[in-house]
Ligand binder design. Structure first.
Ligand code: ADP
Ligand code: MG
Length: 422
């Protein structure tokens, strides 16, 4: 799909802001993302050949949900919005679809839905229990219906029913179906999504999905997601961190004394991650310093670290003392663990979004943001850190062939000095 001038969408962008954002009732100003919002709005305007899919990709906290909320608020004037979220804890079959329909039933009223949908309501019974056939026996519970609907024939019947549901909804106006966090979707949900997206009928449905990086998707589900991405009617929007200008607007809105300077600092500390930037600003508003790591952020990052296995955490702590960026060779020499263990740990840390590989002929990684490095680093005891600096200096020395000489000498001097002062 062609990219467009963000200006084209100005009217709708204003509508979104005036509405105060999306479904979660966000009240803070929405900054940046004009281009991404415009692409979504353009996608909604161009559904003449049937359903389209938008895949919004980006790390946790980058601003996927907020973007989709702002878009939904803007689109509400001309489209019906459906919304469902995948949940890491339940992994229920068809969960986001069931949630979207349940919300619709709640807003419309169950009785009215049943009347309007007629026999289709019964066919959608596995998703909305109240719509199920009233003559069903007591044994025919919600979960047994769900299980039955995962068997081939029943599943196809349900897939066709969901298509019919949206064809009908789209008869009066375009529909937007938001499916949040599909990296947690069950395979059954992803198949339903693929089926709906590939429906041969021409009905104006825009399916907007959000997803953390593709590494977070399970292997079996990845096939479905890559199939979707290959479709010509799929648009991919990758969110990177908020730019300095957008961060300065956020800082100005919160009446920070020097928004430009604050934005520089925020960008360096958070890499533009909206969640962390807003937490840092809130901390500064309460009288803290932007250079500190507020306890809210420390807790969030610590919770994520706690989900990693022990060898990965150990390797990451060593990397945090080396600093960001760090070379794999220096890490290997300093970590002194089996190569397989190290590679697995580094890959795991990358998959989970803690580190990113730099575009460098030597294998070099950076922490996704400085805050992560900071929190990992403070988990290293004083005595161990002092010893580690010595080990790291030796490691840099022994990797003499890598990097330019001046940088190596600076790093060496730094790590040797820390062995004394730490
Ligand atoms: N463009 C933005 N402008 C202002 N605040 C934002 C923006 N994007 C995200 N935020 C805020 O940052 C926080 C995290 O964003 P969220 O959309 O939940 O991230 P994600 O869904 O990618 O994990 C939320 O409080 C959200 O309101
Ligand atoms: Mg989100």
């Amino acid at each position: 799909m062609a990219e467009s001038d963000p200006g084209e969408a100005t009217g709708l962008i204003r509508a979104a802001s005036a509405d105060g954002g999306g479904g979660r009732g966000e009240t803070g100003g929405f900054v940046g993302r004009e281009r991404e919002l415009a692409r979504l709005i353009d996608a909604l305007a161009d559904l003449s050949d049937g359903p389209h899919v938008v895949l919004v990709l980006g790390e946790a906290g980058i601003g996927k949900t907020r973007l989709v909320d702002e878009f939904s608020a803007a689109a509400r004037a001309s489209a019906t919005i459906f919304r469902g979220t995948c949940d890491a804890r339940t992994m229920r079959a068809f969960q986001p679809f069931a949630e979207a329909l349940l919300r619709y039933a709640r807003d419309t009223g169950s009785e009215e839905c049943r009347r309007d949908l007629g026999p289709l309501a019964v066919r959608l019974g596995p998703l909305v229990p109240e719509w199920a056939d009233p003559s069903a026996t007591r044994d025919d519970t919600y979960s047994s219906r769900m299980q039955a609907s995962e068997q081939d024939d029943a599943r196809l019947e349900l897939f066709d029913a969901i298509i019919e549901f949206f064809v009908r909804q789209c008869a009066t106006q375009s529909c937007v179906l938001v499916l949040e966090d599909i990296h947690w979707a069950s395979l059954a949900s992803l198949r339903m999504l693929r089926h709906l997206a590939g429906a041969p009928a021409e009905f104006p449905l825009l399916i907007v999905t959000t997803c953390r990086n593709l590494d977070a998707v399970s292997d079996e589900a990845l096939d479905c997601v890559t199939d979707l991405m290959r479709e010509p009617r799929t648009l991919r929007i990758e969110l990177s961190g908020l730019e300095e200008e957008a961060l300065a607007s956020l800082a100005a809105e919160l009446r920070m004394p020097d928004p430009e300077n604050a934005a520089k600092l925020l960008r360096a500390r958070t890499n533009g991650n909206a969640l962390f930037a807003t937490h840092l600003l809130a901390h500064a508003q309460m009288g803290g310093e932007l250079t500190e790591v507020p306890s809210t952020v420390r807790n969030l990052i610590s919770q994520r670290i706690a989900q990693l296995d022990e060898p990965t955490v150990e390797v990451l702590r060593i990397a945090s003392v080396i600093g960001s960026p760090f070379s794999y060779r220096v890490l290997a020499a300093a970590a002194m663990v089996d190569e397989n263990v190290l590679m697995t740990a580094v890959e795991h840390a990358q998959t989970k979004g803690f580190i990113v590989e730099a575009n460098d002929p030597d294998t070099v990684y950076s922490f996704a943001h400085e805050l992560i490095r900071d929190v990992l680093d403070t988990g290293v005891s004083k005595r161990w850190r002092s010893r580690l600096h010595g080990i790291i200096a030796d490691a840099i020395d022994s990797c003499a062939a890598s990097g330019d000489a001046a940088t190596r000498l600076t790093l060496l001097a730094y790590h040797w000095s820390m062995t004394d002062s730490a």
